[in-house]
Design a protein around this ligand. Structure first.
Ligand code: SIN
Length: 283
C-alpha cells in the first residue's frame, strides 16, 4: 500500500492518493484512512472507481450504517445508500437534489447522531456544486472567552422537521413527511460543546440547519446567542471549500465538522451516493 496524504487547506481537509476502496479486506489501508480522518476532519479519497457494495463495506468498518429517513431516495437494492442527485427517471426524482443546503452536522437531530458520512461523486457539474466544510474544533479554540463562557455546560435542542419544511416549500419532490418519518425525527438535545470520543478534543456542536434553541433559553436572549455562534462559526478562516473532481469520495467526521452544499446550475447533472455511519451519544 502506498498512500499519499496532502493537506488541502490550513484549517482542515486532506486528499488521499493511492487508495482503492474496492480492496475490501485491506485492513492496513482502512487504518491509515481512519488516522487521516482523525487528523484532518475530512479526507478526500481521490479516484475511486468502486461499486456500491465497496462503498458500503468500507463504511461499515467504522460502525453500523443508518438508513436515511427519506427512503424514496435510496439507491435501488442498497437501502444504506442515499442518492443526492438532480437526475430524474420517468419524470420522478431519483435523489435529493437540494440535500444539505445549510450548515449542519449529519443527524444532529437524532439521539445518536452520525459519526461520519461518505459521499461518492458519480457525476459532477462542469462548475459549481461545491461543498463547504467547517472545522468546529478550530471554531471553539478561537472563540473569545466572553462567548465561550456563555455556552459552557449548556445544551441545545436540534430539529429536523423545521428545515425539511422550509426546503419542501421550494422543492415539489419533497413530499409531506409520513407519520413514520415524523415519529423518527422528533428531535434531540445535545451539549453545545462536545468531546470527540476518539481524539478527546472539544468542538462546538451547533449548526444553523438543525439547532432550534438553547435549553433553558427559549427566548430572545437564547436566539441572539445562537445567532452569535452561527456567525462566528461561519468565518472564512474556519472553512474549506471543496471543488469536486470526478470520482472523489469524501469521508467527513460529523463530530468535529459541519458542512454546507452550495447550489449549482440545475441544467447540469450532479449525482452522488452517500452512506452515513451511526456514532455515539454526544458528551
Ligand atoms: C450532504 O449534506 O450530505 C450533501 C452534501 C453535498 O451534496 O455536497
Amino acid at each position: 500500500m502506498d498512500l499519499t496524504v496532502n493537506r488541502l487547506s490550513d484549517v482542515l481537509g486532506a486528499e488521499v492518493i493511492g487508495a482503492d476502496l474496492s480492496r475490501q479486506d485491506d485492513d492496513a489501508q482502512a487504518t491509515a484512512l481512519h488516522r487521516a480522518l482523525l487528523d484532518n476532519g475530512i479526507i478526500v479519497i481521490r479516484d475511486q472507481h468502486i461499486a456500491p457494495d465497496d462503498h458500503i463495506a468500507f463504511s461499515k468498518r467504522f460502525g453500523e450504517l443508518s438508513v436515511h429517513v427519506l427512503t424514496d431516495f435510496q439507491l435501488p437494492g442498497y437501502p444504506e445508500i442515499t442518492c443526492i442527485s438532480n437526475k430524474r427517471e420517468n419524470g420522478k426524482a431519483i435523489g435529493i437534489a437540494d440535500a444539505g443546503r445549510h450548515w449542519h452536522s449529519d443527524q444532529a437531530y437524532e439521539r445518536i447522531p452520525a459519526m461520519g458520512s461518505l459521499l461518492h461523486a458519480q457525476e459532477i457539474p462542469p462548475e459549481g456544486g461545491d461543498t463547504l466544510f467547517c472545522n468546529m474544533y478550530a471554531v471553539l479554540e478561537a472563540m473569545p472567552e466572553s462567548l465561550r463562557s456563555r455556552i459552557e455546560g449548556k445544551y441545545a435542542v436540534f430539529n429536523y422537521q423545521r428545515e425539511y419544511n422550509r426546503l419542501k416549500s421550494g422543492n415539489a419532490d419533497r413530499k409531506a413527511l409520513t407519520p413514520e418519518q415524523i415519529a423518527r425525527t422528533t428531535g434531540a438535545t445535545h451539549p453545545i460543546i462536545r468531546t470527540h470520543p476518539e481524539t478527546g478534543r472539544k468542538a462546538l456542536y451547533v449548526s444553523e440547519g438543525h439547532t432550534e434553541y438553547i435549553k433553558g433559553m427559549e427566548d430572545e436572549e437564547g436566539e441572539a446567542l445562537l445567532q452569535e455562534l452561527f456567525a462566528f462559526s461561519k468565518r472564512p478562516e474556519f472553512i474549506y471549500r471543496h471543488v469536486w473532481q470526478p470520482h472523489d469520495l469524501i469521508f467527513w467526521d460529523n463530530r468535529c465538522t459541519m458542512h454546507n452544499a452550495v447550489p449549482y446550475n440545475p441544467a447540469h447533472t450532479r449525482h452522488m451516493y452517500r452512506t452515513t455511519i451511526i456514532g455515539d451519544v454526544p458528551v
